[in-house]
Design a protein around this ligand. Sequence first.
Ligand code: CMP
Length: 149
Amino acid sequence: MAEQTFIMIKPDGVQRGLVGEIISRFEKKGFYLKGLKLITVDRPFAEKHYSDLSAKPFFNGLVEYIISGPVVAMVWEGKGVVATGRKLIGATNPLASEPGTIRGDFAIDIGRNVIHGSDSVESANKEIALWFPEGPANWQSSLHSWIYE
Ligand code: CMP
C-alpha cells in the first residue's frame, strides 16, 4: 500500500476558516485525500492520541485545546507523504516555521499551532487506526491513475 499519513486541523484552524486553504495545499502538492471527518473528540480519546506526551507539563493544556471544538481528521496518501506533509506543515513552534509553510503562514503560538501531522510512518499507522477504525475511502483506481507510474 502507498504511504499514508494522519493530518488533523486543530480547533483553532477550523474556527479561523483555514480548512479549505490547508486541504488545498495538500491537494496541489499531489497527495490524495483518503479519509476526512469533522469530529469533536472527548478527553480519553485526545489523551490516547497524545499518550506519548502524557509526562509533558503542557499535556493537560494540549488536551483541553484539542477537545475545545471540532477538528478535521484526515488521511492523506502519496509518495513520501509523512515527511513531505511535515514540511508543508512547518516546525512545531510557529515562530520557527518558515514562511510558506502552514504554521509559518498562519500561526504564532506553539499552543495554537493549527495542524498536526504524524511524525513517522509508524505513528501514522497508529494514528490512522485510532481515528479511522472504519478504514479508508474506496477510490476507483481509474480515477487516480494519472499520477502513479
Ligand atoms: P503536534 O504536532 O500536534 O504534536 C504535539 C503537540 O504538542 C504540538 O503539535 C503542539 O500543539 C503541542 N506542544 C508541543 N510543545 C508545546 C509547548 N511547549 N507548549 C504547548 N504545547 C506544545
